[in-house]
Design a protein around this ligand. Structure first.
Ligand code: ADP
Length: 471
């Protein structure tokens, strides 16, 4: 069984969010199960890799009725275990950042569409010469592939994984008709085409797989998804434990585990000294690491911010995205420099240091297909306050404690609120801060999170089952 991942991000080569993590950590776990897996990725301009090998110069596709030539490069990632093919084309692919717009919610501009439609066609060339049997396509960017495979009778089986239903890639039919010589009318929704034509569809958590069948979370595709319900699965994302483990993490100043959790404080000290002048290590550190998009509940943070700062805390944000949110955090940092630090950039090292050095992590998502941020936080003993939605529901249980036979019993590993509402959110943060004051209970909550299994072990086997079904 030869599987080709067709995807727009892949860590560490190109990553914007969780998709990038999954596109490398899942192939690695599949390889350990004996699957022959490789990846095809656009060769974006900012990608810097050492010594890629040119596997094919001047490969050809027909695009807008013209012959276009592109190059296929190859590198290996994850200790040389997984081959990644990179598609290079000056005009359509290699002329801008990973995404052309920072929040391309419907797929973004026409040039974004051209880029990913070109990439999808080029990826089929890679699939041909790799003799792949299964094309594992991710999100709207390459969701046209199952449609092309089905309508052109190409010799592949397709699995479409939906990482985020809000991003669909909707374009004027005229654009698609010109490229593929089709007869669509009105607008074409790339993700919808993928959902209708993929052999199997899955999304990234069991709860989200149910939520997207409803009007509230279906973003207009709930009816189409309901049609495919019997071929729709929910498989929880995992973490690459070689990258996300405080025991061996190379980016943090002090390694630790649930057994020697006291050492975590060294990371807090380092982080606070790095970001604040003469910090007080007793104060709780509250953080967020996220794309700054509506989905992530940033407007709830805005709404509670002045009340939150009445608490004796530090607030750290690491994120990029909507200018409005970026400016809000920068303004808050300027106004409260002793309490707030706004890191408006993408920085992998700093992300590790914040996960390790914080006490509380916020994830008030409006919707959350799976969410890696909360899983990483728990793994690092950083307690999460999050909204009970999507994958968050599948990964966190609310913390509570009782005394039984004069023994303290603490259950759960986080703090969850239900309604998308600033009052509820603030109430839950305050509940967490209260627990924080009791070191014994707090440590148990941290340890409960750290002991959970966030690896790919179970989920990779579920993907393997889907591949076998496809065969
Ligand atoms: P999403 O995929 O919706 O963006 P996830 O929680 O699934 O959200 O995954 C986010 C991933 O991106 C995590 O690995 C997180 O640490 C990382 N991340 C997000 N923003 C930044 C940033 N500004 N710098 C570094 N890492 C980031």
């Amino acid at each position: 069984m030869k599987v080709l991942f067709v995807v727009s991000e892949c860590a560490p080569i190109a990553k914007v969010g969780g998709l990038g993590d999954v596109a490398s950590s899942l192939p690695k776990a599949l390889k350990e199960l004996g699957v022959d897996v490789s990846i095809v990725l656009p060769f974006y301009k900012p990608i810097k890799i050492k010594k890629p090998i040119l596997v094919k110069r001047n490969a050809k596709i027909n695009f807008f009725g013209k012959e276009e030539k592109f190059n296929i490069w190859k590198v290996h990632i994850l200790k040389k275990k997984i081959p990644v093919f990179l598609i290079e084309h000056k005009k359509y692919i290699s002329s801008g950042g990973v995404y052309i717009e920072s929040d391309a919610s419907s797929g973004g501009s026409l040039s974004e569409a051209e880029r990913f439609l070109f990439f999808s066609l080029a990826a089929l060339e890679v699939a041909n010469f790799k003799k792949a049997s299964i094309l594992h396509c991710h999100d709207w960017h390459v969701a046209i592939i199952p449609y092309l495979v089905k309508t052109q009778g190409l010799p592949f089986k397709t699995l479409l994984t939906i990482h985020n239903l809000a991003y669909q890639g909707q374009y004027p039919a005229s654009l698609i008709n010109k490229i593929f010589k089709t007869n669509f009318k009105g607008r074409v929704n790339c993700l919808e085409l993928g959902i209708l034509n993929a052999d199997i569809i899955n999304t990234v958590s069991p709860t989200y797989a149910k939520e997207i069948l409803t009007k509230k979370f279906g973003f207009g595709l709930e009816k189409v998804l309901r049609k495919r319900k019997k071929d729709l699965y929910g498989i929880l994302n995992g973490l690459d434990e070689d990258i996300w483990d405080p025991k061996i993490d190379k980016f943090i100043v002090q390694n630790y585990s649930w057994e020697d959790l006291d050492k975590k404080i060294e990371n807090k000290k380092y982080l606070l000294k790095k970001l604040f002048y003469r910090p007080d290590f007793e104060k709780p550190v509250i953080s967020i690491i996220s794309r700054l998009a509506m989905q992530k509940g940033i407007d709830l943070i805005e709404k509670i911010f002045s009340n939150l700062l009445k608490e004796n805390i530090y607030f750290i944000v690491l994120g990029k995205g909507h200018k409005r949110y970026e400016n809000f955090f920068l303004k808050m940092e300027k106004r409260y420099p002793k309490m707030v630090k706004a890191n408006i950039l993408f920085d992998e090292r700093l992300a590790h240091q914040i996960y390790a050095g914080s006490d509380i992590f916020l994830m008030p998502s409006f919707f959350e297909p799976c969410g890696l941020g909360q899983q990483i936080s728990m793994k690092y003993g950083t307690v999460v306050v999050a909204r009970a939605v999507g994958g968050i529901k599948d990964t966190i249980k609310n913390a509570k404690f009782k005394i039984q036979n004069s023994k303290l019993i603490v259950e759960g590993e986080g703090f969850l609120f239900e309604k998308y509402n600033p009052k509820e959110f603030l109430k839950e943060i305050k509940r967490a801060l209260k627990f924080y004051q009791n070191k014994e209970i707090w440590q148990k909550i941290q340890q409960n999170g750290m002991k959970k299994d966030f690896s790919w072990r179970k989920s990779a086997k579920e993907y393997l089952k889907l591949y076998k079904k496809l065969r």
